[in-house]
Design a protein around this ligand. Structure first.
Ligand code: 5GP
Ligand code: MN
Ligand code: MN
Length: 314
Protein backbone atom coordinates (compact mmCIF):
# COMPACT_ATOMS: atom_id res chain seq x y z
CA UNK A 1 0.00 0.00 0.00
CA UNK A 2 0.96 3.59 -0.58
CA UNK A 3 3.17 4.70 2.30
CA UNK A 4 1.60 7.88 3.58
CA UNK A 5 4.55 8.89 5.73
CA UNK A 6 7.13 9.39 3.00
CA UNK A 7 6.80 13.11 2.45
CA UNK A 8 7.17 14.41 5.97
CA UNK A 9 10.27 16.18 7.30
CA UNK A 10 11.23 17.16 10.79
CA UNK A 11 11.48 20.82 11.47
CA UNK A 12 13.53 21.00 14.62
CA UNK A 13 12.65 24.33 16.06
CA UNK A 14 15.14 24.26 18.85
CA UNK A 15 13.23 24.53 22.12
CA UNK A 16 14.66 21.46 23.73
CA UNK A 17 17.16 20.65 26.37
CA UNK A 18 19.84 20.06 23.74
CA UNK A 19 23.27 20.66 25.21
CA UNK A 20 22.28 22.51 28.39
CA UNK A 21 21.91 20.91 31.82
CA UNK A 22 18.51 19.87 33.23
CA UNK A 23 18.90 22.57 35.92
CA UNK A 24 19.50 25.32 33.34
CA UNK A 25 16.56 24.03 31.34
CA UNK A 26 14.23 24.24 34.36
CA UNK A 27 15.48 27.75 35.10
CA UNK A 28 14.72 28.74 31.51
CA UNK A 29 11.13 27.52 31.86
CA UNK A 30 10.66 29.24 35.22
CA UNK A 31 11.97 32.57 33.95
CA UNK A 32 10.77 32.56 30.37
CA UNK A 33 7.72 30.27 30.33
CA UNK A 34 5.64 32.14 32.87
CA UNK A 35 6.51 35.59 31.48
CA UNK A 36 5.48 34.70 27.95
CA UNK A 37 2.66 32.19 28.56
CA UNK A 38 0.11 34.48 26.88
CA UNK A 39 2.28 35.55 23.93
CA UNK A 40 3.51 32.39 22.20
CA UNK A 41 5.23 34.10 19.27
CA UNK A 42 7.47 36.25 21.49
CA UNK A 43 8.15 33.24 23.74
CA UNK A 44 9.27 31.32 20.69
CA UNK A 45 11.60 34.14 19.54
CA UNK A 46 13.08 34.44 23.01
CA UNK A 47 13.58 30.69 23.27
CA UNK A 48 15.41 30.58 19.96
CA UNK A 49 17.94 33.14 21.23
CA UNK A 50 18.76 30.77 24.11
CA UNK A 51 18.95 27.48 22.24
CA UNK A 52 20.87 26.64 19.17
CA UNK A 53 18.59 26.24 16.23
CA UNK A 54 18.86 22.75 14.81
CA UNK A 55 18.92 21.87 11.14
CA UNK A 56 15.97 20.60 9.23
CA UNK A 57 16.39 16.90 8.78
CA UNK A 58 14.59 14.61 6.39
CA UNK A 59 12.54 11.80 7.83
CA UNK A 60 11.55 9.51 5.03
CA UNK A 61 9.35 7.35 7.14
CA UNK A 62 8.49 6.86 10.78
CA UNK A 63 7.78 3.22 9.99
CA UNK A 64 9.74 0.50 8.34
CA UNK A 65 7.78 -2.31 6.73
CA UNK A 66 10.83 -4.58 6.69
CA UNK A 67 11.06 -4.60 10.51
CA UNK A 68 7.35 -4.44 11.36
CA UNK A 69 6.40 -7.44 13.44
CA UNK A 70 2.77 -7.45 14.63
CA UNK A 71 3.71 -9.84 17.45
CA UNK A 72 5.97 -7.29 19.13
CA UNK A 73 4.89 -3.90 17.71
CA UNK A 74 1.78 -1.72 17.68
CA UNK A 75 1.21 0.39 14.59
CA UNK A 76 -0.54 3.74 15.12
CA UNK A 77 -2.16 5.69 12.28
CA UNK A 78 -2.63 9.37 13.12
CA UNK A 79 -5.38 11.56 11.67
CA UNK A 80 -6.93 14.87 12.71
CA UNK A 81 -9.03 17.75 11.37
CA UNK A 82 -11.00 15.77 8.82
CA UNK A 83 -13.90 18.28 9.09
CA UNK A 84 -16.39 15.99 7.30
CA UNK A 85 -14.27 16.02 4.13
CA UNK A 86 -13.54 12.27 4.22
CA UNK A 87 -15.67 11.47 1.13
CA UNK A 88 -13.31 13.61 -0.93
CA UNK A 89 -10.04 11.82 -0.10
CA UNK A 90 -8.37 10.27 -3.12
CA UNK A 91 -6.21 7.91 -1.03
CA UNK A 92 -6.80 5.11 1.43
CA UNK A 93 -6.06 5.54 5.13
CA UNK A 94 -3.14 3.16 5.88
CA UNK A 95 -4.07 0.06 7.86
CA UNK A 96 -2.73 -0.38 11.39
CA UNK A 97 -3.59 -1.55 14.90
CA UNK A 98 -4.78 1.77 16.30
CA UNK A 99 -6.35 4.74 14.52
CA UNK A 100 -5.97 8.06 16.35
CA UNK A 101 -8.04 11.18 15.57
CA UNK A 102 -7.00 14.50 17.15
CA UNK A 103 -10.35 16.34 16.93
CA UNK A 104 -12.20 18.69 14.53
CA UNK A 105 -13.92 15.75 12.87
CA UNK A 106 -16.91 18.03 12.07
CA UNK A 107 -17.52 21.66 11.04
CA UNK A 108 -19.88 22.61 13.87
CA UNK A 109 -20.65 19.40 15.77
CA UNK A 110 -24.19 19.12 14.28
CA UNK A 111 -25.79 15.69 14.72
CA UNK A 112 -25.63 14.84 11.00
CA UNK A 113 -21.91 15.68 10.91
CA UNK A 114 -21.13 13.50 13.93
CA UNK A 115 -23.12 10.68 12.32
CA UNK A 116 -21.21 11.13 9.04
CA UNK A 117 -17.87 10.91 10.86
CA UNK A 118 -18.92 7.84 12.86
CA UNK A 119 -20.08 6.15 9.64
CA UNK A 120 -16.64 6.84 8.11
CA UNK A 121 -14.91 5.36 11.19
CA UNK A 122 -17.03 2.22 10.72
CA UNK A 123 -15.58 1.75 7.22
CA UNK A 124 -11.96 1.70 8.51
CA UNK A 125 -10.28 -1.64 9.32
CA UNK A 126 -8.35 -0.63 12.47
CA UNK A 127 -9.41 -2.81 15.43
CA UNK A 128 -8.93 0.09 17.88
CA UNK A 129 -9.95 3.70 17.18
CA UNK A 130 -9.23 6.48 19.65
CA UNK A 131 -10.85 9.88 19.13
CA UNK A 132 -10.87 13.22 20.95
CA UNK A 133 -12.97 16.31 20.20
CA UNK A 134 -11.69 19.68 18.95
CA UNK A 135 -12.93 23.24 19.01
CA UNK A 136 -15.35 22.59 16.09
CA UNK A 137 -17.28 19.98 18.11
CA UNK A 138 -19.50 22.65 19.64
CA UNK A 139 -22.17 20.11 20.58
CA UNK A 140 -19.67 18.21 22.77
CA UNK A 141 -18.47 21.10 24.95
CA UNK A 142 -20.92 21.66 27.83
CA UNK A 143 -20.41 25.45 27.50
CA UNK A 144 -21.30 25.61 23.81
CA UNK A 145 -23.75 22.73 23.34
CA UNK A 146 -27.36 23.79 22.94
CA UNK A 147 -28.51 21.06 25.33
CA UNK A 148 -26.61 18.61 27.61
CA UNK A 149 -28.83 15.78 26.29
CA UNK A 150 -27.48 16.42 22.81
CA UNK A 151 -23.91 16.09 24.10
CA UNK A 152 -24.79 12.77 25.73
CA UNK A 153 -26.60 11.43 22.68
CA UNK A 154 -23.85 12.37 20.22
CA UNK A 155 -21.01 11.07 22.38
CA UNK A 156 -23.07 7.90 22.82
CA UNK A 157 -23.27 7.51 19.03
CA UNK A 158 -19.54 8.12 18.62
CA UNK A 159 -18.74 5.54 21.30
CA UNK A 160 -20.35 2.85 19.16
CA UNK A 161 -17.56 3.44 16.62
CA UNK A 162 -14.54 4.30 18.77
CA UNK A 163 -13.04 4.92 22.20
CA UNK A 164 -13.75 8.59 22.99
CA UNK A 165 -11.26 10.26 25.34
CA UNK A 166 -11.90 13.53 27.18
CA UNK A 167 -9.25 14.20 29.84
CA UNK A 168 -9.01 10.44 30.20
CA UNK A 169 -6.75 7.51 29.33
CA UNK A 170 -6.77 4.25 27.42
CA UNK A 171 -4.13 1.53 27.44
CA UNK A 172 -3.12 -0.49 24.35
CA UNK A 173 -0.66 -3.36 24.88
CA UNK A 174 0.66 -1.59 27.99
CA UNK A 175 1.11 1.74 26.13
CA UNK A 176 -0.68 4.50 28.04
CA UNK A 177 -2.58 7.03 25.92
CA UNK A 178 -4.13 10.23 27.33
CA UNK A 179 -6.49 12.43 25.28
CA UNK A 180 -7.72 16.00 25.87
CA UNK A 181 -9.74 18.35 23.61
CA UNK A 182 -8.66 21.72 25.05
CA UNK A 183 -6.65 24.45 23.33
CA UNK A 184 -5.79 28.12 23.96
CA UNK A 185 -8.66 30.53 23.37
CA UNK A 186 -9.19 31.51 19.71
CA UNK A 187 -12.59 32.94 18.79
CA UNK A 188 -15.89 31.62 20.09
CA UNK A 189 -15.26 27.92 19.81
CA UNK A 190 -15.51 24.81 21.95
CA UNK A 191 -13.00 23.72 24.59
CA UNK A 192 -11.23 27.10 24.65
CA UNK A 193 -9.14 28.06 27.68
CA UNK A 194 -7.33 31.31 28.47
CA UNK A 195 -3.57 31.08 28.01
CA UNK A 196 -1.66 31.06 31.28
CA UNK A 197 -3.34 29.85 34.46
CA UNK A 198 -6.32 28.05 32.88
CA UNK A 199 -4.23 26.13 30.36
CA UNK A 200 -1.52 25.37 32.93
CA UNK A 201 -4.09 23.93 35.38
CA UNK A 202 -5.63 21.76 32.67
CA UNK A 203 -2.28 20.27 31.59
CA UNK A 204 -1.52 19.28 35.20
CA UNK A 205 -4.21 16.59 34.71
CA UNK A 206 -2.02 14.71 32.19
CA UNK A 207 -0.76 11.61 34.04
CA UNK A 208 3.02 11.32 34.60
CA UNK A 209 3.17 7.92 32.91
CA UNK A 210 1.58 8.94 29.59
CA UNK A 211 3.37 7.36 26.61
CA UNK A 212 1.22 8.92 23.89
CA UNK A 213 -0.44 12.28 24.47
CA UNK A 214 -3.30 13.39 22.21
CA UNK A 215 -4.50 17.00 22.36
CA UNK A 216 -6.39 18.99 19.75
CA UNK A 217 -3.94 21.91 19.73
CA UNK A 218 -0.12 21.93 19.39
CA UNK A 219 2.45 22.97 21.96
CA UNK A 220 4.56 26.05 21.21
CA UNK A 221 7.19 25.54 18.49
CA UNK A 222 5.92 22.25 17.06
CA UNK A 223 3.44 22.10 14.17
CA UNK A 224 2.00 25.43 15.34
CA UNK A 225 3.18 27.93 12.71
CA UNK A 226 0.23 29.86 11.27
CA UNK A 227 0.60 31.10 7.68
CA UNK A 228 1.70 34.65 8.63
CA UNK A 229 4.52 33.31 10.83
CA UNK A 230 2.62 33.64 14.10
CA UNK A 231 3.10 30.77 16.54
CA UNK A 232 -0.23 29.60 17.96
CA UNK A 233 0.96 26.70 20.16
CA UNK A 234 0.49 26.52 23.92
CA UNK A 235 3.54 27.51 26.01
CA UNK A 236 2.15 25.86 29.15
CA UNK A 237 1.59 22.59 27.28
CA UNK A 238 5.22 22.38 26.08
CA UNK A 239 6.45 23.15 29.59
CA UNK A 240 4.37 20.29 31.05
CA UNK A 241 5.55 17.94 28.27
CA UNK A 242 9.25 18.78 28.51
CA UNK A 243 9.66 19.05 32.27
CA UNK A 244 7.24 16.41 33.60
CA UNK A 245 5.32 14.09 31.26
CA UNK A 246 7.99 13.44 28.59
CA UNK A 247 5.72 11.27 26.40
CA UNK A 248 7.27 9.38 23.52
CA UNK A 249 4.72 10.81 21.10
CA UNK A 250 2.42 13.84 21.08
CA UNK A 251 -0.36 13.77 18.47
CA UNK A 252 -2.46 16.84 17.66
CA UNK A 253 -3.92 18.88 14.78
CA UNK A 254 -5.73 22.27 14.80
CA UNK A 255 -3.11 24.28 12.87
CA UNK A 256 -3.84 22.77 9.46
CA UNK A 257 -1.04 24.57 7.60
CA UNK A 258 1.78 23.15 9.74
CA UNK A 259 1.05 19.41 9.48
CA UNK A 260 4.04 17.08 9.79
CA UNK A 261 6.55 15.68 12.25
CA UNK A 262 8.97 17.52 14.57
CA UNK A 263 11.04 16.51 17.56
CA UNK A 264 12.84 18.07 20.53
CA UNK A 265 15.05 15.00 20.86
CA UNK A 266 12.81 13.52 23.57
CA UNK A 267 9.25 13.56 22.22
CA UNK A 268 8.14 13.12 18.61
CA UNK A 269 5.45 15.68 17.80
CA UNK A 270 2.93 14.82 15.07
CA UNK A 271 0.56 17.41 13.62
CA UNK A 272 -1.80 15.01 11.82
CA UNK A 273 -4.17 17.61 10.28
CA UNK A 274 -5.62 16.13 7.12
CA UNK A 275 -7.36 19.29 5.83
CA UNK A 276 -5.41 22.25 4.47
CA UNK A 277 -5.99 25.80 5.67
CA UNK A 278 -8.81 26.01 3.12
CA UNK A 279 -10.37 22.78 4.42
CA UNK A 280 -9.26 20.79 1.37
CA UNK A 281 -8.66 17.11 2.24
CA UNK A 282 -5.15 16.84 0.84
CA UNK A 283 -2.84 15.89 3.74
CA UNK A 284 -1.97 12.30 4.58
CA UNK A 285 -2.24 10.36 7.84
CA UNK A 286 1.07 9.80 9.67
CA UNK A 287 2.07 6.33 10.84
CA UNK A 288 4.42 5.22 13.62
CA UNK A 289 5.11 2.09 15.62
CA UNK A 290 5.93 1.34 19.24
CA UNK A 291 7.07 -1.83 20.97
CA UNK A 292 4.36 -3.64 22.92
CA UNK A 293 4.98 -3.21 26.65
CA UNK A 294 2.56 -5.83 28.07
CA UNK A 295 -0.72 -7.64 27.31
CA UNK A 296 -2.79 -4.97 29.08
CA UNK A 297 -5.40 -3.27 26.89
CA UNK A 298 -8.02 -1.06 28.52
CA UNK A 299 -10.51 0.81 26.36
CA UNK A 300 -13.21 2.69 28.23
CA UNK A 301 -14.63 5.90 26.79
CA UNK A 302 -14.99 9.06 28.87
CA UNK A 303 -18.51 9.35 30.30
CA UNK A 304 -20.83 11.48 28.17
CA UNK A 305 -22.39 12.90 31.33
CA UNK A 306 -20.37 15.99 32.20
CA UNK A 307 -18.56 15.25 35.45
CA UNK A 308 -15.11 16.42 34.49
CA UNK A 309 -13.27 19.38 35.88
CA UNK A 310 -13.97 22.52 33.87
CA UNK A 311 -11.40 25.29 34.53
CA UNK A 312 -13.86 27.86 33.14
CA UNK A 313 -16.28 27.34 36.06
CA UNK A 314 -14.58 29.61 38.54
P1 5GP B 1 -9.92 25.40 13.08
O1 5GP B 1 -10.99 26.45 12.81
O2 5GP B 1 -10.12 24.23 12.16
O3 5GP B 1 -9.84 25.05 14.52
O4 5GP B 1 -8.53 26.06 12.71
C1 5GP B 1 -8.30 26.42 11.37
C2 5GP B 1 -7.21 27.43 11.20
O5 5GP B 1 -7.44 28.57 12.07
C3 5GP B 1 -5.83 26.96 11.57
O6 5GP B 1 -5.25 26.19 10.54
C4 5GP B 1 -5.12 28.30 11.78
O7 5GP B 1 -4.79 28.90 10.55
C5 5GP B 1 -6.20 29.16 12.43
N1 5GP B 1 -6.04 29.16 13.89
C6 5GP B 1 -6.54 28.27 14.77
N2 5GP B 1 -6.20 28.59 16.05
C7 5GP B 1 -5.43 29.70 15.97
C8 5GP B 1 -4.78 30.52 16.94
O8 5GP B 1 -4.82 30.27 18.16
N3 5GP B 1 -4.10 31.61 16.48
C9 5GP B 1 -4.05 31.92 15.14
N4 5GP B 1 -3.37 33.01 14.76
N5 5GP B 1 -4.65 31.16 14.20
C10 5GP B 1 -5.34 30.07 14.59
MN1 MN C 1 -9.43 22.20 12.27
MN1 MN D 1 -9.24 23.29 15.59
Amino acid sequence: MFNATKQWVTNMTGIGQGTISPEAFETFWRECGSVHADSPTSFHKEALTKFQKQDRRDIHSLTDDSTYDPATKVRFVCTSDTHNQTDRYNFQVPDGDVLIHGGDFTQSGAAKQVEHFADWLDTLPHPIKIVIAGNHELSFDPMTTSDPNIRERLIGRLQKSCTYLEDSSAVVCGIKIFGSPWQPWFGNWGYNLQRGEECAAKWKEIPDDTDILITHGPPIGHGDRVRNGIRAGCVDLLQEIQLRVKPQYHIFGHIHEDAGVTTDGQTTFINASMCTLRYKPEQYPIVFEMDKISDETFLVSAPAKWNLSDPRNK
